[in-house]
Design a protein around this ligand. Sequence first.
Ligand SMILES: [Zn+2]
Length: 291
Amino acid sequence: MTVDWEDFGQLHCWYQFETVPAPRGDIERQTDTVLELLDETGVHATFFVLGMLARHRPDLIKKIHAAGHEIAVHGTSHVHLTRLDRTSAMRDIGDAIRLISDIIGGPVFGFRAPIFSITRKNLYVLDLLAELGLEYDSSIFPKAMSRYGIDGFDPEPRNYSLPEGGQIVELPLTVIPWCGWNWPVAGGGYVRLMPRLMLNPMVKKLKKLGRPYILYTHPYEFDTQPIDIASNFPEGRRFSPWRRRAMNFKWNLFRGTFRDKTRHLLKNLSFSTCKEIADEIKNSPCTRLLG
Ligand SMILES: [Zn+2]
């Protein structure tokens, strides 16, 4: 169970206007909702923390950490990593590692790229992660989608030896083979839009596959109140009312079902942190990573 810990309003302001405002109070309510659900189901999760939010709310990171969850890294600025050169990617990830380690007072071990943006074009990012001392990555979507993914990438978690001599455990996002097609079921919009009827067959299939289910979520998906794309836009900068309505419709669609569906998955499958899974795999024989 993983949470890409980022703030909806802050992120969309950054996307639209390239400014990073302080997050509003929503992130606290959303984080508390996630923590309550994890407490209720007895699950320890991994939170991939975004640097631009961490700078503003170190108190919440300490709270998550104190509740026994793993803190890992989601980069600093939530830029698609294929848009950064090697030096900029190294700086973006390295800055986040230093900031978040300082906040929790200890090392971090894992990374998830914004928008799952480790693809065939930039597999060298895995070398950077090993160079930065990380032990695992959970960024690769083993199916090509419009903005991310690698068709044919091995969906099993594996220990890889890297072209530049390092080593890393990769925990790919989950797809399940079903009726001749690989279905993305790893979380986010895939779970939000999934009919409840599919949950039990999916749980059965995941148990049969015997491979860890890497489930990703975001704090806003658990919010009990409607979310607004423009909630954190700067004064005087706004979308047309039509565009704002259309975007809000998209982000709120079936969102009220997400918490219950996640609860069902948490209760019916067993979960551990990514670090615990990576520890089981990291001493197994290495597979060579092929570009
Ligand atoms: Zn993200």
